[in-house]
Design a protein. Sequence first.
Length: 179
Amino acid sequence: MSQPPHRIVPVTKSQVEHLQEISRTTFTETFARHNTEENMRAYLDSAYHVDKLRQEIDNPESQFFFIYHDSEPQGPPVGYLKLNIGAAQSEPMGADHLELERIYIRAAHKRQGLGKALYDLTERRAREENKRYIWLRVWEHNTAAKEFYSSLGFREIGDHIFPVGDDPQRDILMEKDTR
């Protein structure tokens, strides 16, 4: 059996600057065209501040993973994953839930199976943590992401207002029963 053309590794606190860079880059690539420059700056400065990311890495109920593409083995990560359980979840979903908070892949590496590889890790972590449900939030206008999650068996269960700067945007809550 051949090895996958990628590797996934946990993010350490010493890599917080790399996490900040990929977080800001991938969020900007995905959402800048839909938001004002001021709202993007406000969101990026708040959500991806080094101190905030350090605290999130230190939280034992959150996990970050980088994915590297083997075509660039010494290069920067091409994507990342953030998972939450317990009180780290962005909504109080309960003890039997694991939150898939972020899967972000650099634009140049999308549609190469890397998001699916990170999702497969999410399912493994849910089983290891004995979580029945995986849930996530996705922007209502992010059609590609909604289709991706629907293809994996997620269904809509509600919505949530997600502020980007001073713009209240609607996220769809989606959930999958892993049993």
